[in-house]
Design a protein around this ligand. Structure first.
Ligand SMILES: [Zn+2]
Length: 503
């Protein structure tokens, strides 16, 4: 999006888009030559073809042809008080627009855009937008549209060209979620169609890519998905607890490690090892990515949005912009530290789940109702949505390391207090352990330089404090009643534990 920045008679033309910001030199409008340069730049920008000006190729929206309609841009109710670039309002003008994308057998398919249901908090085109859509039925045989009875959304994002697609991760999971592991599919998004639209040769993106070596080439990536329900659709604290337990189960089944099975004498028969876990880390667990699927009258927690996922065994973190990923209030505390250099681990995702839970049960009086603010009153954790990395690091470090920690859980969510205390205790003990371990390593190294090799320390589970068995033993029961354990091997495992307790 081209823009100009004014400072009396001095100005710079700024062109910003997904990967780069290009600034002109400082122009002085008292000089005729500078005025001419400026006019030429505006002229060139206006001459760009529609697909280069629009933020999504193939989008037929009124405002592109008739920019005057932009003046009527409206804000979403939840954004009434925010200030930001006007581009953040554009999508609301697209209701009723049609969007065409590549489909099977070199065909195209067209959908009509309805309401925007999610937009990440950034300039359009950098973040993700999710829009409710319906088939425009341009090429559908009459009355036989295969998308007719489906509630669909279109998710648009503009990732780096080399970024592995969510589709690839989900295909791998679905391929493995067979037989007694079929339950895993209930907890993953259902991707109906996906496509990439690259920027054409000669587009500004392609030109910038040629000119600057480190320019990140991107594609427009679209996914058509079944619409899921948000956490706010849940009715009881117990339903919320089940959804969180589902997320823990789903996550773990996706990147399980054999070593996690070694403790506690888990007795499962040999054929379970045949299951090859996909070994994927999600890396962006947030309140918005934990969704609910209703199927045959039952509700399932779904871990959505695998856009930032990585293969666990591929430690290259990809483009630098992807190194520190996540949604700020929910990122693991370490990730806010400038000293943190990766890698992203299983326990970081687990810490994110912990924060999603914490913020929900302390800032909401019901799943669909935020605590009301009276005058200047503020609630603990409320400012996490606006804080910078430094404050978040300190706040979270304090939260997770505190002795006798007791979060201000609202009455509705009171049952979560026990979960949170026990989880916090696991993190706290693990981190203390880890500190001791590293101190011991340093000491040994100082005493005897030849003996720096210490015992292995399991960073993934903080020395076993965050083992899956440990976490499941906390979250499989809510308010003294068992929740549903989905996987057969874990049902057996819990049976064993129960027998041990009885015997
Ligand atoms: Zn149709």
């Amino acid at each position: 999006m081209p823009r100009t920045k004014w400072d009396s008679h001095l100005a710079r033309a700024i062109y910003y888009e997904r990967s780069a910001i290009v600034e002109s030199k400082l122009l002085n409008f008292n000089h005729q030559e500078d005025r001419l340069i400026f006019a030429k730049m505006i002229k060139r920008l206006c001459a760009l073809p529609l697909e280069d000006l629009g933020f999504a190729p193939n989008l037929e929206a009124d405002f592109i042809k008739n920019p005057a309609s932009l003046l009527e841009a409206m804000k979403l109710p939840e954004q009434k008080d925010t200030t930001g670039p006007p581009s953040s309002e554009i999508f609301d003008l697209c209701q009723g627009s049609s969007f065409t994308f590549p489909y099977k057998d070199d065909q195209t398919r067209t959908v009509r855009l309805k309401r925007v249901i999610f937009r990440s908090n950034s300039i359009i085109g950098r973040g993700t937008t999710v829009i409710r859509v319906e088939c425009a039925c341009c090429n559908c045989p009459s009355n036989r549209c295969d998308w007719k009875n489906k509630k669909l959304v279109l998710k648009m994002s503009f990732p780096s060209k080399t970024r592995v697609s969510e589709r690839t991760f989900m295909d791998r999971c679905k391929e493995l979620a067979q037989g007694e592991y079929a339950w895993v599919s209930n907890h993953l998004p259902d991707l109906i169609w996906s496509f990439d639209i690259p920027f054409r040769d000669g587009s500004p993106q392609a030109n910038l890519g040629e000119k600057f070596k480190d320019y990140e080439m991107r594609v427009m990536r679209g996914v058509i998905l079944e619409e899921l329900k948000p956490l706010s659709s849940l009715k009881t604290a117990r339903e919320c607890a089940q959804v969180f337990y589902d997320i823990v189960q789903c996550e773990f089944s996706i990147y399980i490690k054999r070593s996690h099975f070694s403790s506690n004498g888990l007795s499962i028969s040999g054929h379970h090892w045949v299951w090859k876990y996909p070994r994927i880390l999600h890396r962006d667990i947030s309140q918005g990515n934990i969704m609910v699927r209703e199927k045959n009258g039952k509700k399932y927690g779904v871990l959505n949005d695998w856009d930032l996922a990585i293969w666990l065994d591929d430690k290259r973190d990809g483009p630098t912009s992807q190194f520190r990923t996540g949604t700020k209030p929910y990122m693991a505390h370490e990730q806010h530290s400038v000293e943190w250099k990766g890698p992203h681990r299983y326990r970081h995702d687990l810490e994110s789940i912990f924060y999603v839970m914490l913020l929900l049960v302390c800032l909401y009086s019901r799943p669909d109702e935020k605590l009301r603010r009276y005058k200047n009153q503020s609630y603990q954790y409320q400012e996490w949505h606006q804080s910078d990395d430094r404050s978040l690091y300190l706040e979270k470090h304090h939260t997770i390391r505190a002795d006798d920690w007791e979060p201000p859980v609202t009455t509705f969510f009171f049952g979560f207090l026990l979960w949170l205390s026990r989880l916090q205790d696991s993190f706290r003990s693990g981190l203390i352990d880890r500190g001791n371990f590293h101190r011991a390593v340093r000491k040994t190294a100082q005493l005897d330089r030849s003996h720096t090799q210490m015992n292995f320390y399991d960073e993934d589970t903080l020395g076993g404090h965050l083992s899956y068995e440990g976490i499941v033993s906390i979250v499989h029961v809510f308010e003294e009643e068992e929740l549903e354990t989905r996987g057969r091997e874990w049902q057996l495992h819990l049976d064993n534990l129960r027998q041990k307790q009885v015997g």
